[in-house]
Design a protein around this ligand. Structure first.
Ligand code: GTP
Ligand code: SPV
Ligand code: MN
Length: 601
């Protein structure tokens, strides 16, 4: 077997930030005894440590040097071509009973699974360095903040987690010396990066994650999908808060009135782009700021929902990112960024499909092969990603570190739907909004391995991320609603409706401000709407479309309801609920009947 991650030996003062908490030390000892690493590297996230790890990664080809004038302090990483996205088929929720994991998760029995994983991990780090990474998810002083430790044999994971989380001393301080304090145990080993030995296992009752056989993104940055969403959603239910696959943005009017909204769109369906939106010229004086681009943790305070972004950086989709579509992202990723699976131009710059300007005449593609514009293959993988600190974002919200979170005025659901679903509409009330979330669907994307473009139900954009029974999750949403005296309004959007010519009807990106403006108007009680069977629908004159070059017919199509399509849609809702085998709360069944009845009036 090729040695994937040979050991490294740091000079004194690097890699020796050993924590004091006995529970952590015992656990590290247990994993080291099992995996037999050459040495243990205790990470502190310092600049010096980071520079050392970058230098070692360059030596070992884990990172590829870019032209430091073009993209300062930025590097390219190529993952194994068999390992380029999340693997939902190898992702397991290991609760004592199958029923707790529910109908939407792969389940495996905890005792057997631990035994299997122990077998895979036995001796797995021989000749390698074992890194121990302490981190927190959430602002330093938030009641929502969680402590995690990730053990890994991948330097790429260490370098990435330093961007994606608040790492080092801050976590040791938050954890303290109490051996019974709550913290997440994450174990990751690359093994031999073989899809046949790739497993992402969650043990919610033990607050433990074990991930083996992958080196990519959401499979291995255990803070993100594994802790902040799967384990997070489990903890959130038992502790009375919410862990959601949501961006959080602030929107401020020229008069200085500010609202925050949270939006759940499935993977690669526009969260990062919406969170970094720059309003078009017509919306002079309006400002959109980013709190988070992927995950929102929310709790109830004074009858309202308050949200924090648990992350410290963005792991965002690269293809399609340009100064035209997302200037804030382009600025953010122009320095101090790790690129994964994009193309390398001859000038030492990065390139991808959809970047501004002409494609390079020659490049090295994401697999490391020669590429020219005539090549059949894409230069960058469709799920190539940037890892960039949120501090790089010029539109970062000033309250991103606020421990209490930001008050949420609106929750938006949305997916990729070529047909059926209008550009925007509003739920009648909280429970109806929960129904919109529970029945949302989207065309699958390259963010997970498998078919792309297949419409599938993805409730609240959490299908791959809900760490427990989806029926209980729906009930949790309904229960939260009962505790809110000032609930956010709930909306559904669809940037991706297509016309007969197969092209997107809506320009999207910055122009989504027009939809956001209507949502804010509704929150302020001023926006107009018509009552339709599916909810409150704007008519064309309720949206501010001034200075937008769009065909009037396209607008009618975008806002139109096709009754035949909706009969199919409602039947699909029923089929989905039926497929869940009786776990769907009565209230949501009732919502579906009421929806069907409204079409018959
Ligand atoms: P994850 O990080 O996977 O959770 O994805 P995300 O929801 O943050 O998606 P992201 O914003 O990265 O967008 C994914 C893809 O959708 C990119 O290729 C974007 O260019 C494209 N996209 C985003 N917003 C829009 C839009 O308003 N219209 C259109 N047509 N495409 C969009
Ligand atoms: C997603 O798939 O929703 C992502 C990317 O945000 S990953 O971290 O790889 O899961
Ligand atoms: Mn995501």
């Amino acid at each position: 077997m090729k040695n994937l991650a040979p050991a490294i030996f740091p000079p004194t003062g690097i890699g020796d930030a050993k924590p004091a908490n006995k529970a952590v030390l015992d656990w590290v000892h247990e994993i080291a005894t099992l995996t037999q690493p050459e040495n243990i590297f205790w990470c502190d996230g310092s600049d010096r440590e980071n520079e050392f790890l970058i230098a070692e990664s360059l030596k070992q080809n884990v990172l590829i040097e870019l032209d430091q004038k073009k993209v300062p302090r930025s590097y390219l990483h190529r993952s194994n071509p068999n390992d380029v996205a999340r693997v939902e088929q190898f992702t397991f929720v290991c609760t004592p009973t199958k029923q707790e994991a529910g109908p939407t998760n792969n389940w495996s029995e905890p005792t057997e699974t631990y035994a299997k994983l122990r077998g895979l991990l036995a001796g797995a780090m021989r000749g390698r360095t074992m890194f121990v990474i302490p981190y927190i998810m959430g602002p330093a002083d938030s009641p929502l903040t969680k402590v995690g430790f990730e053990i890994t044999d991948s330097k790429y994971v260490v370098l990435s987690l330093r961007i994606m989380t608040r790492m080092g001393e801050i976590a040791l301080k938050r954890l303290g010396n109490d051996p019974s304090a709550e913290w997440n145990r994450g174990v990751h080993s690359l093994l031999d990066v073989n899809p046949e030995r790739r497993l992402i296992c969650h043990f919610p009752q033990d607050n433990t994650i074990v991930s083996v056989g992958s080196g990519y993104g959401g499979n291995v940055l255990l803070s993100k999908k594994c802790l902040a969403l799967r384990i997070g959603s489990y903890l959130a239910r038992t502790q009375g808060w919410m862990a959601e696959h949501m961006l959080i943005l602030g929107v401020e009017s020229p008069e200085g009135r500010k609202h925050y909204v949270a939006a759940a769109f499935p993977s690669a369906c526009g969260k990062t782009n919406f969170a970094m939106l720059i309003p078009p010229a017509h919306f002079k004086g309006w400002k959109v700021t980013t709190v988070g681009d992927d995950i929102g943790w929310m709790r109830i305070r004074d009858g309202r929902l308050y949200a924090v972004n648990p992350e410290n950086g963005y792991f965002g989709v690269v293809p399609g990112t340009s100064y035209n579509s997302n200037p804030n992202a382009m600025k953010a990723i122009s320095h101090d960024t790790i690129y994964t699976n994009v193309a390398l131009s001859d000038g030492g710059d990065v390139w991808w499909e959809g970047k501004d300007g002409e494609p390079p005449a020659h490049a090295i593609d994401w697999r490391g092969n020669h590429w020219t514009p005539q090549s059949q293959e894409k230069a960058a993988h469709p799920n190539s990603r940037f890892t960039t600190p949120m501090r790089n974002n010029p539109a970062l919200d000033p309250d991103v570190e606020k421990g209490e979170g930001v008050p949420i005025s609106a929750i938006i659901f949305g997916g990729r739907r070529s047909d059926t679903v209008p550009l925007v509409y509003q739920a009648f009330d909280w429970n109806h909004g929960v129904y919109l979330g529970a029945t949302m669907a989207s065309e699958t994307t390259a963010a997970a391995t498998g078919a792309v473009g297949r419409v599938r139900r993805d409730p609240m954009a959490m299908l791959p991320f809900c760490g427990y029974n989806i029926g209980d999750y729906f009930q949790h949403w309904l229960d939260i609603g009962k505790r809110l005296t000032n609930p956010p309004l709930i909306f559904n959007v669809n940037w991706f409706r297509k016309g007969a010519d197969g092209k997107f009807l809506w320009p999207g990106f910055g122009e989504n401000m027009r939809v956001l403006k209507w949502i804010i108007d509704r929150c302020e009680g001023s926006g107009g709407a018509l009552k339709s069977p599916i909810g409150w629908l704007p008519s064309p004159h309720d949206l501010d479309l001034a200075e937008l070059d769009i065909d009037r017919n396209a607008v009618d199509e975008l806002l139109g309801l096709d009754h035949e399509e909706w009969q199919k849609e409602i039947a699909a809702h029923k089929e989905f609920f039926d497929s869940l085998g009786g776990v769907v709360p009565e209230e949501l069944q009732k919502q579906r009947e009421q929806l069907a009845a409204r079409f018959k009036l």
